[in-house]
Design a protein around this ligand. Structure first.
Ligand code: WQD
Length: 332
């Protein structure tokens, strides 16, 4: 496989994956409707890789455009990132999420089937586990009823892939991606007020936000704040390249899921501490009420990805928070 269609390839995880694909000899082609990113990312990808990556500003729900790209570029495989991903917004506007996240996936799969393309890596999420009974969670851990339409679109997406027997598919269940490319040319670009912890931390440290509110410190954890498995976005991007190689070598494979995390859980206060110490900045934060829908603690067992994909996260927490801060500083 050489020619890889990357839907949502100008987004946070998509753009980092495009860099890793190029560095591993693949030819990515990007389709992105710019609903959650900006065209400047394309130029920055050229600065990092030296290449003009073919790009189409289109909606993945447009099956005619998809078919043309798949044929014109002789696509061998697809990495599907294009989806809305804000948990809170999905509760407010469920139909927007089902239309885009499920409709987009179905259009893509229709176009792939019509063009006889079967290889796909799907962006899934640890939200499929809900609040697990125990952590670390492995891929056989119970799938809980989704606590948001966003999480439900990931569960439904996996079921659709499982039901399409013509596919050679992998779903990567991301834990919490944070950080940015070491060049500080690409990173997380939340539009508006960040929902996620680390961009809120970096914007607070940069003076864009007045203070961070820690959502609850009365959980049953070491310091009362929630535990998550934070993973460097570059490690996550590398996992996609390994997944492409896996489906290339295993053409009879139909559908596999893999946890993509570090296997370590950190509390919110530990993230703040690491950020302050690594970057020598003081963060203004207060303890507030719990956030509805938050899972108390979840982190990954990643043995399957290590043993089957030959992938393991390599970058530590200090590197994650240092790269996040360097990226934030590059924006000012
Ligand atoms: C992490 C922790 C918050 C903000 C979500 C999606 C998941 C994935 C990543 C896409 C929690 C706490 C946060 C703040 C805080 N998205 N927090 N103050 O909720 O684990 O996962 O984003 O794939 O699918 O569900 O990430 O960064 O929002 O929160 O205290 O201002 O930080 O309570 O404990 P989350 P998060």
């Amino acid at each position: 496989m050489k020619n890889i269609l990357v839907t949502g390839g100008l987004g946070y995880i998509g753009s980092h994956t495009v860099v890793e694909l190029i560095e591993n000899g693949y030819q990515p082609i990007i389709i992105d409707d710019l609903s959650n990113t900006n065209i400047g990312v394309l130029e920055r990808l050229k600065k990092i890789t030296g290449l003009d990556v073919p790009y189409y500003q289109n909606d993945v729900c447009d099956i005619t455009v998809l078919r043309k790209i798949l044929v014109d570029h002789q696509i061998d495989g697809v990495i599907h990132f294009a989806a809305f991903k804000a948990v809170g917004e999905s509760v407010q506007f469920p139909l927007k999420y089902y239309q885009n996240n499920i409709g987009g996936l179905v259009s893509l799969l229709h176009a792939m089937e019509q063009c006889n393309i079967k290889n796909i890596v799907f962006s899934s999420s640890c939200t499929v586990y809900g609040q697990p009974d125990i952590s670390p969670v492995d891929e056989n851990s119970a799938i809980k009823v989704a606590n948001s339409p966003y999480g439900n679109t990931k569960q439904i997406g996996e079921e659709i892939l499982r039901d399409c027997s013509f596919l050679n598919a992998v779903a990567l269940r991301y834990f919490n991606p944070i950080g940015a490319h070491p060049s500080a040319l690409i990173g997380e670009l939340p539009l508006g007020v960040p929902n996620n912890l680390v961009p809120f931390i970096t914007q607070t440290a940069a003076g864009i936000r007045e203070k961070l509110t820690v959502y609850g410190n009365d959980y049953n954890t070491k310091d009362g704040t929630c535990v998550r498995d934070y993973i460097h976005v570059v490690d996550l991007a590398k996992a996609h390249v390994k997944a492409i190689a896996f489906i290339d070598k295993n053409s009879t494979n139909h559908f596999e899921v893999f946890n993509i995390g570090t296997g370590n859980g950190f509390t919110v206060l530990e993230i703040i501490e690491a950020f302050e110490t690594t970057n020598q900045v003081k963060l203004n934060y207060t303890i507030g009420d719990r956030r509805a829908g938050d899972v108390e603690k979840v982190w990954a067992n990643t043995d399957k990805a290590t043993n089957t994909l030959g992938w393991k996260a390599a970058l530590d927490l200090n590197t994650m928070v240092e790269s996040a801060w360097k990226w934030q500083l590059s924006l000012s």
